[in-house]
Design a binder for this molecule. Structure first.
Ligand code: ADP
Ligand code: SF4
Length: 684
């Protein structure tokens, strides 16, 4: 039963005309499904409600093609034809007694209108955000009136769709109402520009319009970024708090955070749980209305403390609700130790950035609820329960064993190491990645509750051992190792001259080796590993020269909102960054590097080379078994499958997903594994 310490989290809260059953509030978050995959979005939100989130919101919801975010996939209420898709979400949320919220958004100069080709609007003339060769035009008074009318009409459509909470969005430096607030965006000289009272006018009017349109039945929420964490930006101690005070009791609910999105959704590498508190505390005292805020909260004790100390009324969460849609229910049922805690990696954000359905490192069912019919907390029993052997207890093996066990299989999980977790056990010791160990912690805890799973440590298996074990189904999750020859994206042949100087890989460093300094780190992986190892080496007192064929370091981390922080950190650590270069050959004194645009080369003195390029799957065991078909047959082994990094090296999220998927599907006929999809109807 529930720990009485947490009772306060289950108190209802009145929000204007509606009442939420508890303090768990899924704030708006992108999901890469939106208007393109509406049933998938609805099912995903419905599962959050089932898992106990008292309020479940949409992502940004565009109110008009005059401001649309293509190719990014958001929700839409452009006109009445968009209502049924969002009504489906509202039904899914209401079915479990939760409230549905919608974040109405008009993005102005933040959205270049690539699809609609409409000229974006802004308080003053300005190029759009990003590098599209597009300028937004200054809104006329008539435009402002039109925007108010569009917002009002969208609010009415939202009410018709069934929403209970309707947002005016002034967060993340993304919406026009926010752009009007900030002098750097608003250089107007009319009644909407100049002094703060004027800059707040549009936001005030939109709140009043929304209340007037739907306030009888729906709560009006405002999402406001109170600090931009940048010189010349909105500041919590200055105009941030002033704006909040000026509008204090106008909305029914305040959803407060910091801007921009990369400051709001900081990864664990750069911020800990509760990192926004300094910006949020004190705001509640300025209003009589409930306040919700975020901070990657996964600990119920932290949540209780926030409410008791008067920082927040409602515990906002995007990522914690993605990693564990059943977080509230687990606390309610006295199972808080079963929470699948977010690790703060932002793989979820990459779905939005790549316009594909959301995915999550910790929760492999995220984004698959509708199309594959996966539920985060339940699986079917195996069609024919039997014995399974999982070799390798990295993320894929751990997840595979967890799901096989939950399906009633008798499972042996075997690893050659004493410490389980494979790559995650090693990588989580690197700077800033400690919370990644939650991938292991959650799974080991879950496995300890499954009586049918046995774990064998320090047991390297050879093919004959697998045959002797004679399980019906064998899952090989033996991982991968980093290549020592430089092969990757840029180098399609092994690098010349590797014998001339000490060459190391990430595996060597993870095993404790330190290369002679200065180290030339060649990063052709472009995710976190290169930059994290650079930090690690600097912390050990080594000089690092970071060479990458990309134009900036860790370039894929633009998708996890981290790139600028990583580049800044390496610069602050005095790492020499040489972008747009590949390697040509090694010499005893260093490396010859080549410009990726021209034929020019340059010599870079270095005492050692650290290659972070690509990984080779560890398939020796699998190949050994492939050579023994008769023995497999005689031992009653019906299937042998490669999973995770030993099938194809990828992210930890991909390894977990691979283990999860095969454990659900290994005994299901291929023809019944149809992945559902929504196909646009043809206008006639
Ligand atoms: P993944 O990311 O696919 O889960 P990892 O590299 O993280 O892969 O984990 C692989 C795990 O498999 C490591 O813990 C490693 O010690 C273990 N392993 C590799 N080969 C064998 C083997 N032959 N027998 C037992 N365990 C193995
Ligand atoms: Fe958390 Fe990573 Fe999952 Fe996002 S992908 S919810 S950051 S664990």
């Amino acid at each position: 039963m529930r720990d009485p310490r947490y009772d306060i989290l289950f108190e209802p809260v009145q929000i204007g005309p509606v009442r939420t059953r508890n303090r768990f509030y899924q704030v708006p978050h992108c999901n890469g499904m939106g208007h393109v995959h509406p049933s998938a979005m609805a099912r995903m939100r419905g599962i959050k409600a089932e898992g106990g989130w008292g309020v479940v919101c949409t992502e940004e919801c565009e109110i008009s093609p005059l401001s649309e975010f293509s190719p990014y996939i958001e929700a839409r209420l452009w006109d009445e034809r968009d209502i049924p898709a969002l009504a489906r979400m509202c039904e899914a949320v209401h079915q479990h007694g939760s409230l549905a919220g919608v974040e109405l958004a008009f993005n102005g100069y933040s959205a270049p209108n690539r699809y609609s080709r409409e000229i974006p609007w802004a308080p003053s003339d300005t190029p759009v955000r990003g590098y599209d060769p597009v300028q937004a035009r200054a809104m006329s008074r008539a435009d402002i009136q039109q925007l108010r009318a569009l917002h009002r009409a969208a609010a009415l459509r939202a009410r018709e769709a069934g929403f209970d909470i309707i947002y005016v969005y002034a967060g993340h430096d993304l919406g026009v109402p926010f752009h009007f607030l900030t002098p750097r965006n608003n250089r107007r000289t009319d009644e909407y520009g100049g002094v703060l009272e004027n800059r707040v006018r549009l936001l005030r009017e939109l709140i009043e319009d929304t209340r007037d349109a739907v306030g009888d039945r729906c709560a009006v929420a405002v999402r406001l970024a109170v600090d931009e964490q940048m010189a010349g930006g909105l500041c919590r101690e200055g105009e941030g708090a002033e704006i909040f005070s000026m509008l204090a009791d106008l909305p029914d609910l305040w959803d407060v955070n910091v801007a921009d999105w990369s400051n709001d959704s900081v990864t664990a590498r750069f911020a800990t749980e509760g990192y926004q508190e300094a910006f949020l505390s004190g705001l509640k005292a300025l209003t009589r209305k409930p306040v919700v805020g975020v901070g990657r909260f996964t600990s119920p004790d932290t949540m209780v403390s926030l409410v008791r100390r008067g920082v927040l009324d409602l515990i906002g969460a995007a990522r914690p609700s993605i990693a564990d849609p059943f977080l509230p229910k687990k606390i309610e049922e006295g199972r808080a130790d079963e929470i699948r805690e977010c690790i703060g990696c932002n793989i979820c954000v990459s779905g939005d950035h790549t316009s594909t359905p959301l995915r999550c490192t910790q929760n492999p069912t995220m984004g698959e609820e509708w199309r594959r019919g996966w539920h985060p907390e339940s699986v079917n029993c195996a069609h024919r329960p039997g014995r399974a052997l999982v070799v390798g207890a990295g993320p894929s093996g751990l997840e595979c064993a967890r799901i096989l066990g939950a399906r009633g299989m008798e499972v042996a999980l075997v690893d050659s190491q004493r410490t389980l977790g494979g790559r995650v056990a090693l990588e989580s010791r690197l700077p800033g990645l400690a919370s990644w160990a939650r991938v292991i912690d959650y799974r080991l805890d879950a496995l300890s509750r499954l009586a049918s799973v046995e774990i064998y440590r320090e047991s390297p298996l050879h093919a004959q051992d697998v045959v002797d074990f004679a399980a019906e189904h064998v899952f090989i999750a033996t991982g991968a190792h980093w290549r020592r020859d430089g092969l990757g994206r840029a180098l399609r042949q092994p690098l010349l001259g590797l014998a001339c100087l000490p060459v190391l890989t990430p595996d060597d460093l993870l095993a404790g080796a330190l290369p002679p300094s200065p180290v030339l780190l060649f990063d052709d992986d472009h995710y976190y590993m290169g930059s994290v190892l650079a930090e690690h080496l600097v912390a050990k007192g080594l000089e690092v020269i970071f060479v990458t064929p990309a134009a900036d370091v860790a370039t894929w981390t633009h998708n996890t909102l981290e790139q600028h922080r990583i580049q800044r950190r390496l610069l602050e650590l005095n790492v020499t960054i040489i972008p747009s270069h590949t390697l040509v050959r090694g010499t005893p004194e260093g490396l010859v590097a080549g410009c990726v645009y021209t034929e020019r080369t340059r010599f870079i003195p270095a005492a050692s080379l650290l290659l972070v390029t690509s990984r080779a799957p560890e398939q020796a065991l699998y190949e050994g078994l492939n050579h023994m078909p008769e023995q497999l047959h005689a031992a009653g082994i019906r299937s042998v499958a490669l999973i995770g990094d030993c099938l194809a090296p990828g992210t930890i999220a991909a390894a977990v997903y691979s283990g999860h998927r095969i454990a659900r599907e290994f005994d299901v006929p291929a023809e019944s594994l149809l992945v559902r999809r929504e196909i646009p109807y043809i206008e006639v």
